[in-house]
Design a protein around this ligand. Sequence first.
Ligand SMILES: Nc1nc2c(ncn2[C@@H]2O[C@H](COP(=O)(O)OP(=O)(O)OP(=O)(O)O)[C@@H](O)[C@H]2O)c(=O)[nH]1
Ligand SMILES: [Mg+2]
Ligand SMILES: [Zn+2]
Length: 304
Amino acid sequence: MVDTLAGVVTAVHGPLVRVQVGDESLVVAFRRRLRWEEDPPDRRLVVGDRVWLEGTPPSLVIVGVAARRTVLQRRSPGERRPHVIAANVDQAVVVMAARTPPPNPRLLDRLLVACHHARIAPLVCINKVDQGTEEIESWIGDYQDAGYPVMLVSARTARGMGGLKRAVANHTTLFCGPSGVGKSALLNAIHPGYRLREGSISDATGKGRHTTTTAQLLPLPGGGFVVDTPGVKEFGLWDLDPRHLHTCFPDVARHVGQCEYSDCSHEDEPGCEVQRAVQEGRLSSRRYLSYLKLRAELASGLGS
Ligand SMILES: Nc1nc2c(ncn2[C@@H]2O[C@H](COP(=O)(O)OP(=O)(O)OP(=O)(O)O)[C@@H](O)[C@H]2O)c(=O)[nH]1
Ligand SMILES: [Mg+2]
Ligand SMILES: [Zn+2]
């Protein structure tokens, strides 16, 4: 009988993997022929993977990988295969900055769709509210109306940080969003012991400098985990049927099913409840257009 230990992958560095085994963080190798409990689309270990190890410390080796409860994946430009960002996270904090870098609600919509598709509960987080909230005021209410938890916070002044800390406690929460919005800064504010590297914003472009380069799973002192991820410029959706896209837009989905025609495309049919909701101000026209645009893109096979 060989002793088997259970662990969770906290970072992947090529052939070496950092795993948390009990209270210990170890760097280990993995067997070339890993035993996958469930065949993944691409056989690569990612942060959040639950693994089994054999051997005696410090010479442990990963021998098997548990079935993934959730998989967050994206299509990178020019790539045919999906890129798995993390496994087994149960919620995601999608971060935008209030002013710099300029908030991008279209990318926010895309990230929220990816979360729904992966069955990961999304939270919307606007960081840097110390810079003022003028630039988000016209659209942030759309997300509250859609039913998302919306948090307005500042890692710098600590405003709203209590609520964010409570929201992540005892969960496995992935932080995602563009470079420079303050994902690492928020995590440092949640637990200063992480000492994550924070970047600066380019004066020339107003964008972040891609300071975080690999995903990292970090244990929360009170229980649970958070995942810091590199900033994203774009986010290609993977494996999503345009006919089901409304299930990833809770505000649109609310009205689907009440249209006169059961195969309504919600574009110009008479008796369309979705269009009526937009006309009567019960559904944000910006979110509706974002839904139509994304659906057309998925239908054309582009998806990114
Ligand atoms: N004014 C202000 N600046 C902040 C706040 N939070 C973070 N910053 C600054 O924003 C810059 C980027 O922060 P990071 O934490 O590196 O951003 P990131 O999202 O992790 O970026 P990547 O790792 O490149 O994806 C740093 O200069 C931070 O000091 C905030 O609440 N207010
Ligand atoms: Mg970072
Ligand atoms: Zn309709």
